[in-house]
Design a protein around this ligand. Structure first.
Ligand SMILES: [Zn+2]
Length: 480
């Protein structure tokens, strides 16, 4: 094992295998993750890559040092969906001429980007090292960083792109191993394509690098006319701008493998003449809601903001870190009220146990680090935390509660707030009242269950009698 590998293994979509991770330069480990298109509230499916790659970012920083990891997550602020949203929301002002379409677009993108930042901060995510916006990387830049127009020109020059029907298109037939990531070959794609609607394309799989804009639409001057970029080219430009022609890790959701990531690879490799774009391609799994694919038509489409700030999901608000705990990496996730309630209970137990130590341990427990280093096995890591919580609660010896201190370190590392666990007195009072009703009904098992549940959260009940009325009175205290 070389020093640079640090025992980290990652599943690589490119090779369909779990591989030992060895960075190109351990002094600067480089990761790119596709960010949001800012036209609407980010949905909970978007929360998943934000959280998963935040955990990986934290892990890389732990292994290689905080100053030796560069994490880039872009913001897509040029897209026809954004234009449509601007027209929908500001159509009247645009019509009467009090607002230009470009200004309306800026209002939409700035508001949505602000909201996204609030959402991911509430989910406990660190800020990426760089967060470039696509519109700043369309035209050649004063600082000489990679830009989309130069990349497109390079692709034309190298015989990988052509101009047709008012567009610049990538010529998929010019790249022998196009389809390597999604394991689709070109013949299959062509056989599967419907009768070519786009008659100007040489091949149905050819995709847009540049398209012309009408005078009203946002556009940039280019050698191919005033227009705007296709979606894929922006990530090729922004990753090259901050991470170079070849970098370590490229991440995103499973749904981005084709066409987005396939096309990023085609553009970057063909423009730079390289054998790879990123060495490791990582994709987080899908997310369902209550057993069904999330869709607007099914009415189970939730934004991060809705879960955090409104009572539309399960009739209550959810803390960001509960959502964070529910998001694993590769497995499909069924997002349900029950799952969030379980996550909330687990987190509460961990925090109470961690609270038994006045300060966090200096080092992350080795077996938590080991679990995460095995392709971000958060399930295993969380099992370890539950074990630690058990040890912390059972600790009776003198001196420091080492399990609690380790647990505290692990929770802080994973992005959970380990300030003092808050005791919610109204919740406890309600549970006590419920238990007294069960006791009045002689339903002892239910009464005991509530007592035990509270005890597991560190709340010990004491039953007594009111000296005047003779009625049962229950008080509580935090068990240390
Ligand atoms: Zn991308």
């Amino acid at each position: 094992m070389s020093d640079a590998s640090k025992g980290l293994s990652l599943y690589n979509t490119l090779t369909r295998a779990k591989e030992r991770f060895v960075p190109i330069d351990p002094q600067n480990v480089r990761m790119y993750v596709c960010g949001p298109t800012v036209y609407d509230f980010a949905h909970i499916g978007n929360a998943r890559p934000a959280i998963v790659f935040d955990v990986l970012f934290r892990l890389l920083r732990q292994l290689y040092g905080e100053k030796h990891v560069t994490y880039v997550r872009n913001i897509t602020d040029v897209d026809d969906k954004i234009n449509a949203r601007a027209l929908r929301d500001f159509g009247a002002e645009i019509e009467v001429g009090t607002l230009s379409l470009n200004d309306a677009i800026r209002r939409v993108t700035e508001k949505t980007a602000d909201q996204y930042h609030k959402d991911v901060a509430a989910l406990g995510c660190l800020e990426p090292t760089h967060e470039p916006r696509a519109t700043e990387f369309v035209a050649p830049r004063a600082d000489g960083k990679a830009d989309m127009l130069s990349l497109i020109a390079q692709l034309i020059e190298r015989g990988h792109a052509y101009v047709a029907g008012g567009e610049v298109l990538f010529d998929t037939a010019s790249m022998p191993d196009y389809g390597e990531l999604s394991k689709r070959n070109l013949d299959e794609q062509q056989a599967g394509a419907r009768i070519a609607v786009d008659v100007h394309k040489k091949n149905p799989g050819d995709f847009v690098l540049w398209k012309l804009s009408t005078p009203e639409e946002p556009g940039w001057e280019s050698p191919w006319g005033r227009g705007r970029p296709g979606w894929h080219i922006e990530c090729s430009a922004m990753s090259a701008a901050y991470l170079g022609e070849i970098f370590d890790i490229h991440g995103g959701g499973l749904d981005l493998i084709f066409p987005h990531h396939e096309n990023e690879i085609a553009q970057s490799r063909c423009a730079h003449g390289t054998k790879v774009m990123a060495n490791v391609w990582m994709h987080n799994g899908f997310l369902q809601v209550e057993g069904q694919k999330m869709s607007k038509s099914l009415g189970n489409f939730y934004s991060i903001h809705e879960l955090l700030e409104t009572e539309t999901f399960g009739g209550r608000k959810w803390p960001g870190e509960v959502l964070r705990l529910a998001m694993h990496y590769r497995e499909p996730i069924d997002f349900s009220v029950r799952k969030l309630e379980e996550a909330e209970n687990t987190l509460r137990k961990w925090k109470r146990a961690a609270d038994l130590a006045p300060a966090a341990a200096r080092d992350l427990p080795a077996y938590v680090l080991e679990a995460l280093s095995d392709d971000l096995a958060t399930y295993t890591a969380f099992q370890r935390l539950t074990q630690l919580a058990g040890e912390a609660v059972e600790f009776t010896g003198a001196g420091e509660n080492a399990a609690a201190a380790s647990l505290k370190a692990a929770l802080a590392f994973l992005g959970f707030d380990v300030g003092a666990a808050k005791v919610d007195e109204t919740v406890i009072a309600a549970a006590i009242a419920r238990r007294l009703r069960f006791i009045a009904d002689k339903n002892w098992p239910e009464g005991d269950r509530i007592r035990d549940e509270l005890l597991a959260q560190g709340v010990q009940l004491k039953d007594g009698k009111d000296p005047v009325t003779g009625q049962r009175v229950t008080t509580w205290e935090i068990k240390r």
